[in-house]
Design a protein around this ligand. Structure first.
Ligand code: NAD
Length: 265
């Protein structure tokens, strides 16, 4: 039985993880950590009824007392970095969905994992469809180098652009065989109208109530466009990826970035 500690257990994604792990054979929630809803049963919060695991705020003691094998983190960037450090120090494998962690912090956490021989996984998107969208975008970029990304999320999201959009832009940039085709905008009449740019790939972030997580990658060529779109219409969409990561991280000896590394391995 794989023991899982969920950090951010009272949040939107954390509750979904508690639900998914509780319903999966071979794994169980042994600890729940959050700064909110402390003292409440994590299963009740998640809507699966009492599981006898109350939300606590002291991650290190929870990890040590429960003997957890895996920590699943969906919190916020700053908190996640601290949580991952604590997990690595306790020999607990981190599975991280929190976005907005700076690249240099990720590099440092990756170094710590290697040093301690602790496996880990950081994925900006756990939805299999989103991983495929990024993969297909990489293929399209070989033939159509001009691309823009529009990502759409709920208005409670803290970071912009999304981790998925940044990762998609990196993949497109790495796969382009020709120079990106620059547009000729000389005057941005409203600052930000052309979005942010990563290696010449424009990213536009929409934040509105009603959305969960959506992305369109639009490629343009001579007399044609190609649009690749993925929609997470419920947070359940992320759970098969999270469950797969919990199982596979047990075999890893270092930190891996991106669910694609597990799917296409
Ligand atoms: P949320 O605000 O609903 O939940 C975050 C939870 O973390 C809150 O309950 C908060 O109290 C808790 N928290 C904050 N600091 C903490 C700390 N130091 N220790 C313990 N708990 C702490 O947010 P959400 O919608 O669940 O999203 C969480 C993160 O997951 C965001 O970064 C979001 O972008 C990311 N996300 C990733 C994916 C993916 O597939 N990788 C999918 C959806 C969301």
């Amino acid at each position: 039985m794989v023991g899982v500690v969920v950090t951010g257990a009272a949040g939107r994604m954390g509750r979904e993880v508690v639900r998914a792990v509780s319903r999966t054979n071979g794994m169980t929630v042994v600890g729940a950590v959050d700064v909110n809803h402390v003292g409440e049963d994590a299963g009740v919060l998640a809507g699966v009824g009492p599981i006898g695991v109350v939300v606590r705020s002291d991650l290190e003691s929870v990890l040590r007392e429960t003997g957890a094998a895996v920590m699943v983190d969906f919190t916020a960037a700053k908190a996640a970095v601290q949580n991952i450090r604590t997990a690595i120090a306790c020999g607990v494998r981190p599975v991280v969905g929190t976005t907005g962690i700076p690249a240099e912090e990720l590099a440092e956490l990756s170094r710590l994992c290697r040093e301690q021989g602790v496996g880990g996984l950081v994925a900006p998107n756990f939805a299999i469809g989103a991983v495929l969208m990024m993969h297909f975008a990489g293929i399209a970029a070989r033939y159509l180098p001009a691309a823009e990304i529009i990502e759409l999320h709920h208005n409670q999201k803290l970071d912009a652009p999304s981790g998925t959009a940044l990762k998609t832009a990196e993949i497109i940039a790495a796969n382009r065989t020709n120079e990106a085709v620059e547009d000729r905008t000389e005057l941005e009449k409203l600052s930000g109208a052309r979005g942010g740019s990563l290696e010449g790939i424009r990213i536009h972030s929409v934040r509105l109530p009603g959305f969960i997580a959506h992305q369109e990658v639009i490629f343009g060529g001579l007399g044609q466009t190609l649009t690749i779109r993925h929609d997470s219409i419920s947070r359940e969409s992320f759970m098969p990826g999270v469950i797969m990561a919990i199982k596979k991280v047990l075999e890893l000896k270092e930190m891996v970035y991106g669910l694609d590394k597990l799917i296409f391995a």
